[in-house]
Design a protein around this ligand. Structure first.
Ligand code: ZN
Length: 142
């Protein structure tokens, strides 16, 4: 059985993964104009600044879109199906979307616009934690 793929940070994404390892959702933000970006970019598309850094956000958002996979078509995900992958729009900025697994849907599917919160899954062998989402107020940590 193949292991799930692991995050491979780059210079551009390292801040995101390092924040996640502290159970913090770190999103890139332009230090000159304040615009948020995800995935991270080398230059701000609004003011062309290269002064970008990662800032913590509270990880609250809404389901913008999703897909539910009922078969593991990618090796390593056999034990994870059914798997709901969602585009979650964070409340910091319209259009600021993070794609992640949406946990807690062994049966059924989420609603577009459902309120969700970030949670962090430990990956076997570490060192990174994987930011994922769950319906807000549905407690149990993973
Ligand atoms: Zn900017």
């Amino acid at each position: 059985m193949v292991d799930r793929p692991r995050p491979v940070p780059t210079d551009l994404t390292r801040g995101f993964w390092e924040a996640a390892s502290r159970r913090v959702l770190g999103i890139q933000r332009c230090r000159d104009c304040g615009r948020w970006f995800h995935p991270p970019v080398p230059v701000c598309s609004r003011c062309h600044s290269q002064e970008l850094g990662f800032e913590p956000v509270d990880g609250l958002g809404t389901v913008y879109s999703y897909t539910a996979m009922t078969e593991a078509l990618v090796p390593g995900f056999e034990s994870d199906v059914p798997l709901v992958v969602a585009a979650v729009e964070l409340r910091e900025q319209e259009g600021l979307v993070v794609v992640a697994n949406l946990l807690g849907f062994d049966e059924g599917e989420p609603s577009i616009g459902a309120h969700v919160e970030v949670t962090f899954e430990e990956l076997p062998g570490g060192p990174y934690l994987l930011p994922q989402f769950r319906l807000r107020g549905h407690g149990a940590a993973v």
